[in-house]
Design a protein around this ligand. Structure first.
Ligand code: 2AM
Length: 171
């Protein structure tokens, strides 16, 4: 199974982010992420044997993580990944704590983890070869109340993200 932990904006937020992608695309070009698929990856696991699912479920449930709000207030461009993303110029400490706590537990349980520090990014466009004309957007407040374990599957030529487990973050 190809798995990852993610934060998933609600439908209203994903619609607004789809509008951002549409605006951006006029200058940057690229391929928009479909509205249902818009998310922020917290930790990418890659191929995982299904026998490890109980360990991942337990790990997510035991993570002492708090709910938080984050303002998506900028558009970023990563030329190497060729993506345009929505990001935050003021990511809250609770997000950093969630990402580092998850990484620590994943590493402890023998899962591969990312070396680089965590940077919140909600990918909006892929296969982008030039920066969008503007990085400024009206801030969008995202109330993050849960974290998901997602399975990534390809079906009929499309990328589908299937929620495996939802973990409520404490208020
Ligand atoms: P991206 O948005 O930065 O491209 C499901 O594929 C999610 O996992 C995507 O959001 C993608 O992040 C991320 N992802 C895919 N392959 C990855 C990799 N090799 N390393 C880190 N993240 C990856």
């Amino acid at each position: 199974m190809r798995l990852f932990f993610a934060l998933w904006p609600d439908e209203r937020l994903r619609e607004t982010l789809t509008d951002w992608a549409r605006c951006c695309r006029a200058s940057s070009r690229g391929r928009p992420v479909r509205m249902p698929n818009i998310h922020a990856t917290l930790a990418f696991l890659g191929e995982v044997d299904p026998s490890r699912l109980p360990a991942l479920r337990a790990l997510g449930a035991e993570l002492p993580a708090r709910a938080f709000d984050v303002a998506l207030d900028r558009l970023g461009y990563w030329p190497r990944q060729r993506i345009v993303y929505a990001g935050s110029s003021v990511p809250p400490a609770a997000l950093a704590a969630l990402a580092s706590g998850l990484k620590l537990r994943l590493a402890g349980a023998g899962f591969p983890t990312e070396e680089r520090p965590y940077v919140l990014h909600v990918t909006l466009l892929r296969d982008v070869r030039r920066a969008p004309a503007t990085a400024a957007v009206a801030p969008l407040l995202w109330h993050v109340r849960d974290m998901l374990l997602i399975e990534s599957v390809r079906a009929g030529g499309m990328q589908l993200y299937r929620p495996i487990e939802r973990f409520t973050l404490t208020a």
